[in-house]
Design a binder for this molecule. Structure first.
Ligand code: 3HC
Length: 309
């Protein structure tokens, strides 16, 4: 009951809501998700710094943003190449890079972390940033499956810590899951909702539960497709065709697994299985484990369930 009252008050407090105006965003991690988040933030007029451990990764991130922007402008500025170029340049001007996270966060309103799914590494990063960032800076993680409250526990800003979960490919997927822990303040939560809207996305409110909403439904679905195939009840190709043409999904479960990354899928499943080994939805798959052990992670490694050029 006490939990409920606390939660109710936090979410539905009628006291004046002070949203932090988010102007500068630090994105920690220049991988596919980090670059996508940076691109969308920069495209909507935010000043963004992408931070990673070395310049090669950062250069690749900027190249990825440029490549994705070229796809975006094809439709947006069809037959207007000069306007398309000007748009790309204006977005890129909003993006800077750095290998020094502690310096960057000193003038940042929001930190979005999109690095490897390792709790200890995330805690270490946030513990360091907590000492360097101003009091008003909101910290968020784009984790797929780790509890936000566990990541936040490395900091002294539990009220200014939440989750912002984006979807791949970030420039195309309209959803952002906004996650509040029991300690996230109403002001922080509202700022994150408003920031998501400012990005042109539709936010949904999530509790800090495993997989939030989308992955909690999508990952067991993909795993059951793999098990169905393992039982010999359908080929990968037929299952993919069936879900695209019979359920209207843009990708079949095997195509989507390769797109998301089989290592990511396995990481999520193993974590949930360790948490609740009795749950049949969380039973690991031998085929998935074998592919990951062979380094077949999907599109990013050139092979997963399918081969890619
Ligand atoms: N940047 C910019 N534009 C892109 C893009 C990118 N990275 N990827 C695709 N596009 C654009 C294309 O340029 C194309 O634009 P056009 O219509 O103007 O020509 C449009 O998107 C459609 O692309 P394609 O023709 O290449 O292919 P599709 O029609 O199949 O669309 C897709 C691609 C948008 C990826 C679509 O297949 C899709 O929605 N797939 C499902 C993706 C999904 O479910 N993502 C969520 C995964 S779960 C997750 O991320 C959570 C994590 O925690 C695991």
């Amino acid at each position: 009951m006490a939990f409920f009252v606390h939660h109710f008050c936090r979410r539905f407090s009628t006291s004046a809501v002070r949203n932090v105006a988010i102007k500068h965003v630090t994105v920690i991690g220049g991988g596919q998700m980090g670059a996508g988040i940076a691109q969308v933030a920069a495209s909507t007029g935010h000043s963004v710094t992408v931070v990673d451990t070395n310049d090669d990764i950062l250069q690749k991130a900027v190249k990825g943003i440029e490549g994705s922007l070229k796809r975006v402008v094809k439709k947006k500025f069809a037959d207007k190449p000069e306007a398309a170029d000007a748009f790309i340049q204006s977005v890129l001007q909003n993006v800077s890079t750095s290998t020094d996270a502690e310096s960057v966060v000193q003038h940042s309103d929001l930190v979005v972390e999109a690095i490897v799914e390792n709790l200890k590494i995330k805690q270490d990063v946030f513990g360091r940033l907590d000492k360097a960032a101003p009091a008003h800076t909101i910290f968020t993680s784009n984790t797929s499956s780790l509890p936000i409250s566990d990541i936040a526990s490395a900091t002294n800003r539990l009220d200014r810590f939440g989750g912002l979960h984006f979807f791949n490919p970030v420039p195309m997927m309209k959803l952002v899951e906004v996650i509040g822990t029991s300690a996230t303040s109403q002001e922080t939560f509202d700022s994150l909702l408003n920031f998501s809207k400012a990005l042109g996305k539709t936010p949904v409110s999530c509790k800090d539960t495993p997989g939030f909403i989308v992955n909690r439904l999508l990952v067991p679905y993909m795993m059951e497709a793999i098990r169905l195939h393992e039982r010999g009840h359908g080929s990968k190709e037929d299952i993919d065709i069936a879900m695209k043409l019979g359920a209207g999904y843009p990708m079949g479960p095997f195509e989507l697994g390769d797109y998301v990354g089989l290592d990511t899928l396995k990481f999520i499943m193993d974590g949930w299985n360790a948490m609740d080994s009795e749950n049949q939805l969380f039973v690991p798959s031998e085929l998935l484990n074998k592919l990951v052990a062979e380094g077949k992670f999907g599109r990013k490694s050139g092979e997963g369930f399918y081969k890619y050029k």
